[in-house]
Design a protein around this ligand. Structure first.
Ligand SMILES: [Cu+2]
Length: 357
């Protein structure tokens, strides 16, 4: 429960008018004086045709593909993501190690995942923005068997690469919307092995092994002090990978609201609901028991699906003239229901830099 008290403190702080009153609100003047072609969507906030980078209208850093650029706009970004899983769930209840091992030989006790994401955006026209995103993953998963013997799995390397196109539906002074379609290219390994040569579980593999479609639709709106928006997105797996399985499809809906603190900073609150399916098929190189069943839940294709609702708080800092932004967002599930036994998410964070030209 203590993590929610942190949420409450930041939220109350964000909504306190006293903080805002102490800062000069000059986004319009600052943006318009730095008005150059090819910048972010911020045009709507300014009153001039093309503006500097008033990142106020952007979504929290954990949202991908949240904005498009004006013609000629270029952006580079780096994001770091961390996710901590510390307990097993069956349905919406936490279960013990022994329960997570029932029917198997061993169980995962926790998992940490780190991801480094590098992205480049370019807009050939005012309507169309293209994005290329690659990532590097680093995961660890300690396991324990019924004798109490522990063994930690580790995997790291390049993940899948996504090429996306975002197309403007409309752009008005205080709101805009766009659709996106990404194609995930299977550059990440699905052959991550344990020392005995067998494959590690599905959550430890670096890629999906399939070409995946990533459609999305995003809406953004703002007033002088508030910005808000929503996004629906999905991951649709095409076909079966070389190891004989398909990761589950995923669908996600998120909505956020940001409060301006100054001309160059804001805080945000975001809700995300995600649902994903079990693995279809199975990897025959993953370990099995003498009975032929999966050795542990992470290698069980039927213990991979679930749904989750997360609440996240964010902080955004930017420099309008140079087009630089630093943002951080951290959150935790308020609800999760997993096809168990499966490790549940404890908390997560995303931090990133963006540079727009
Ligand atoms: Cu951008």
């Amino acid at each position: 429960m203590k993590r929610f008290s942190i949420f409450a403190v930041v939220l109350v702080t964000a909504l306190t008018p006293a903080i805002k009153a102490s800062e000069q609100l000059i986004p319009t003047a600052a943006s318009c004086s730095a008005c150059t072609p090819g910048n972010c969507v911020c045009a709507t906030g300014c009153g001039c045709a093309l503006t500097g980078h008033d990142y106020f209208t952007h979504a929290p850093i954990g949202v991908m593909g949240d904005h498009i650029h004006h013609k000629g706009g270029l952006m580079a970004s780096y994001r770091y993501m961390f996710m901590s899983m510390q307990r097993n769930y069956n349905g919406d209840s936490q279960i013990s190690d022994a329960a997570a091992r029932a029917g198997y030989m061993m169980n995962a006790t926790e998992m940490d995942m780190q991801m480094h994401m590098l992205g480049v955006m370019y807009a050939p026209t005012d309507q169309l923005t293209l994005m290329l995103m690659g990532n590097y993953l680093d995961s660890s998963m300690p396991m324990v068997n019924m004798m109490g013997v522990k063994n930690t799995m580790r995997s790291s390397g390049y993940g899948d690469t996504t090429l996306s196109a975002y197309y403007s539906l409309f752009k008005e002074r205080n709101s805009s919307a766009h659709v996106g379609l990404g194609l995930s290219i299977p550059t990440g390994s699905i052959d991550e092995k344990m020392p005995n040569g067998l494959h590690m579980g599905y959550p430890m593999q670096l890629g999906s092994g399939t070409w995946d479609l990533k459609p999305s639709i995003t809406w953004l709106g703002h007033t002088e002090d508030w910005s808000y928006g929503g996004q629906f997105s999905a991951v649709i797996r095409l076909g079966e990978n070389d190891n004989g399985y398909t990761l589950g499809d995923r669908i996600s809906a998120t909505g956020w609201i940001s409060r301006r603190l100054s001309a160059r900073s804001s805080v945000s609150l975001r809700l995300v609901a995600t649902s994903w399916s079990n693995v279809d098929g199975s990897d025959s190189k993953m370990p099995v028991t003498i009975m032929g069943g999966p050795m542990a839940a992470p290698v069980d294709p039927d213990a991979q699906g679930g749904s989750r609702v997360d609440l996240a708080l964010g902080l955004n800092l930017w420099h309008t003239e140079s087009g630089a932004r630093f943002a951080i967002e951290a959150g935790a599930p308020v609800y999760q229901k997993l096809d168990g036994p499966q490790l549940g998410t404890e908390w997560f964070m995303t931090a990133g830099f963006q540079f727009g030209w």
